[in-house]
Design a binder for this molecule. Structure first.
Ligand code: ATP
Length: 284
């Protein structure tokens, strides 16, 4: 999809908190490459995501952001390199500790996605079940973790609908009767209800109109901070990156050309491509 990089407002928000970067590692990308053709995909990507950190991946359309996210989230095997996740799953089951994502079984990767991770798609229709009620959409992620009590599942559904500013009275309505912005809120509720340790977001405010985006972004910012979420966030929108991310990686032609604290990159980009990216959206 061809999208321009979007404007980035000035540094009106508090600087990212440095202590986050001193917390233990949660996810490590070790020299990851996944290429479909020369410079198409992502190559030699190396970083560590810390617990409670929001890492933004920015860059123009086709720079490899979504490819990298798919590799990191277990959806697409890299050609080379490792994704290492520091799991919290009960050590008595022999599963805790550092897991090499593509060395474990498919079933275990799926269990991670169910039990410890969350995925927010750009298009809520990819993350929701449109034919079942809003409450069921939220509750079934909890059921997958073994919760069975109807009253508690329903209460959690209503609680999470309120948290994402949806009317809990609409718990029995199907998501297809919701607007696009409401569906995105519901997808976020469905993702966060299980309190995932790690959330992958692909353009979470993309495709929505500007006023809807602003409210959603504000809500996402509140939730990520309140819950201390660890997030890998893909966006072409530098305003979204500014508001949510502690750190940024700038991608071009599949490579990371610059990485650093969000305000540093947006206010004082060093690499010519980052400078172009930032200045082109600031120049009318
Ligand atoms: N499954 C695939 N098969 C072949 N080429 C692909 C595939 N997926 C991605 N590509 C190519 O890899 C490059 C990077 O694509 P990717 O979707 O990762 O970029 P992106 O930065 O997420 O772009 P956008 O912001 O437009 O979504 C593009 O040239 C794209 O055409």
């Amino acid at each position: 999809m061809n999208r321009p990089v979007k404007a980035c407002p000035g540094p009106v928000h508090p600087a990212p908190t440095r202590p986050v970067l001193t917390r233990p590692a949660l996810l490590e990308a070790r020299d990851i490459t996944r290429l479909y053709g020369p410079d198409k995909g992502c190559q030699q990507i190396d970083f560590t995501l810390h617990q409670g950190e929001v890492l933004g991946i920015v860059g123009e359309s086709g720079s490899g952001k979504s490819t990298l996210l798919r590799v990191l989230s277990g959806l697409e095997k890299p050609d080379a390199g490792q994704v290492v996740y520091h799991s919290d799953i009960d050590s008595s089951a022999g599963q805790a500790g550092a897991l090499d994502l593509y060395a474990i079984s498919e079933a275990r990767r799926r269990a991670l996605l169910r039990m410890e991770w969350g995925l927010v798609h750009q298009n809520p229709r990819d993350g929701l079940r449109l034919g079942v009620s809003a409450g069921a959409n939220v509750g079934e992620r909890l059921m997958a973790l073994g919760q069975r009590h109807y009253g508690r599942l329903r209460a959690a559904g209503q609680d999470w609908m309120s948290r994402v500013e949806l009317d809990p009275e609409r718990i029995d309505d199907a998501p297809q009767t919701f607007s696009g912005g409401m569906q995105q809120r519901l997808q976020i509720a469905r993702t966060l209800v299980t309190q995932p340790r790690l959330v992958f977001m692909d353009e979470p405010t993309g495709g929505l109109d500007v006023s809807v985006q602003a409210r959603l972004l504000d809500m996402l910012r509140t939730l990520t901070r309140e819950l201390g979420l660890s997030v890998v966030l893909v966006t072409h929108d530098l305003a979204v990156a500014r508001l949510l991310a502690h750190r940024l990686m700038v991608m071009r032609r599949g490579r990371v050309v610059e990485a650093g604290l969000t305000d540093q990159i947006l206010d004082d980009p060093q690499h010519p491509y980052s400078q172009l990216l930032v200045s082109s959206v600031l120049t009318p």
